[in-house]
Design a protein around this ligand. Structure first.
Ligand code: ZN
Ligand code: ZN
Ligand code: ZN
Length: 464
């Protein structure tokens, strides 16, 4: 277990049932102070011990990037990349938007969709007119991304591009002089990273911490990265507005970048049980401990016996964002040989996350173009039809019960899509079932979707 998980899990042991109940009666700021009081020594010991242990091995870069297999990621050609826009049809290579300059939500969504909302469904997208198969309906850059896989070690810490090694096993990789733990594809990417997240993450050797953790912990560190991309002054200055944006769920007329406002508009899953409340606060305090070491705060109290004002502010914002990232994260895929999709980073795309619902019978296909998320019509989508994305579980591949359990456990909702309502079950292993009349159409749509996905991938990555 790495130092971060250890700090969180061992601190849980310091709470009995009585203190858990006391905790749940407090408000946000009081909870942080209460938990901090009990765990500060334990966390301090764990992190100090860890940093003492890596002093010796610092500046040793693991040499596991030399795997020649890693050189086989496919790249988008520049011409393909520049034509990717909402309204562009990947299958026919034509641009179909009537008014290509006037897309909604800053060119992220096609002008053929509109966002509607209802109490039961929240926000969702509906086709305003027929959307032909292969057409891009949404394309968004991530508000934040973080590695969730060892495979990403050969990738640019800024743009996420894979940087191939040449025959001498050296490469265009530009390494960080200070930590020697991350690399960039260009001096532009290096400057970008050093002026934002890496300024702080380098000081605390964050990649050394992460290398000792399970890679999936990177999803949680999306929240950490939201803070390191900016600085403490930014979050303190906008603190009350961010809280207001989160409470109302709407962006306001504030001097805050749109992507940050959208992050705080996203809806998280409810954290209600005392044990969940405790874990949320422990993670926030472990983040604070790391940020403190990164010199993120200007007002740390000398003896560190209590949290400073800015530490509490960042802690409260963490407890807002952690439940949000849990249910709003998308993976970024890199395309390897045979068009195999390998998930490398977790990312948040706030516009797409807040406007598309899951269906176990989706009509969209999802692909990654560099770090951008691209959603493509998997078949002709009729006027008035809802556009739907899928979180892993298709009805033709999993039984209804499996799907419902997976979605409840990981995304905290009860699926009421058409496939779940009608109890469509896995028929991949039993094609005879496709003969049942009701399944014929959806089965054909499933096959058509798989086909579209393959062609889209080959058009994007095998065109050269
Ligand atoms: Zn780069
Ligand atoms: Zn560094
Ligand atoms: Zn479903």
């Amino acid at each position: 277990m790495g130092p971060f998980s250890n700090a969180v899990f061992s601190s849980k042991e310091l709470f009995d049932e009585h203190s858990l109940n006391e905790l749940s009666l407090l408000d946000g700021e009081q909870r942080l102070a209460y938990v901090y009081e009990k765990v500060k020594d334990n966390m301090e010991n764990i992190f100090s011990e860890f940093y003492a242990s890596i002093d010796n091995i610092d500046n040793e870069m693991d040499d596991n990037n030399n795997d020649s297999e890693l050189n086989e990621y496919k790249e988008l050609s520049e011409t393909v990349e520049s034509s990717l826009k909402p309204g562009y049809n990947i299958l026919t290579d034509k641009h179909n938007n009537k008014t290509s300059s006037k897309c909604t939500e800053e060119s992220i969504l096609s002008d053929k969709v509109e966002i509607k909302s209802s109490p039961g469904q929240g926000r969702f997208q509906v086709a305003k007119e027929l959307i032909p198969k292969g057409e891009i309906v949404a394309l968004e850059s991530p508000a934040v991304k973080f590695s969730i896989s060892r495979e990403s070690e050969g990738m640019c810490d800024s743009c996420g591009k894979f940087i191939p090694l040449n025959e001498e096993q050296t490469s265009q990789r530009i390494q960080c002089h200070d930590c020697a733990q991350v690399c960039w594809c260009s001096s532009k990417c290096k400057e970008q990273a050093i002026s934002s997240h890496h300024k702080f993450e380098c000081k605390i050797r964050l990649s050394q911490v992460m290398r000792r953790e399970h890679p999936s912990l990177g999803k949680l560190f999306l929240v950490f990265r939201i803070f390191t991309q900016k600085n403490c002054k930014f979050f303190l200055h906008h603190y009350s507005n961010l809280i207001e944006i989160h409470a109302s769920g709407n962006q306001g007329n504030f001097d805050i970048p749109h992507d940050i406002q959208r992050l705080f508009c996203l809806v998280g899953h409810p954290v209600t049980s005392p044990a969940q409340i405790l874990e949320l606060n422990l993670v926030a305090i472990a983040f604070i401990r790391l940020l403190r070491q990164a010199d993120y705060f200007s007002d740390v109290t000398m003896n560190k016996q209590e949290l400073s004002k800015s530490e509490i502010a960042i802690g409260v914002l963490s407890t807002i964002l952690i439940p949000v990232i849990n249910v709003n994260t998308h993976p970024i895929y890199h395309t390897a040989k045979d068009l195999e999709q390998i998930s490398t980073f977790a990312a948040i795309y706030p516009v797409i996350a807040s406007s598309l619902n899951h269906s176990c019978h989706p009509n969209l296909v999802r692909v990654s173009a560099m770090d951008k998320l691209v959603l493509v019509a998997a078949r002709n989508i009729q006027k008035g039809e809802e556009l739907t994305d899928m979180y892993t579980v298709h009805w033709a591949e999993y039984d209804t019960e499996q799907r419902k359990q997976y979605l409840k456990k990981n995304f905290h909702f009860d699926c009421v899509c058409c496939a779940c309502k009608k109890d469509w079950n896995n028929i991949e292993d039993n094609p005879l079932k496709t003969n049942e009349d009701e399944r014929k159409v959806p089965w054909n749509q499933y096959m058509e979707r798989n086909h579209t996905e393959q062609i889209v991938l080959s058009k994007l990555f095998e065109r050269n």
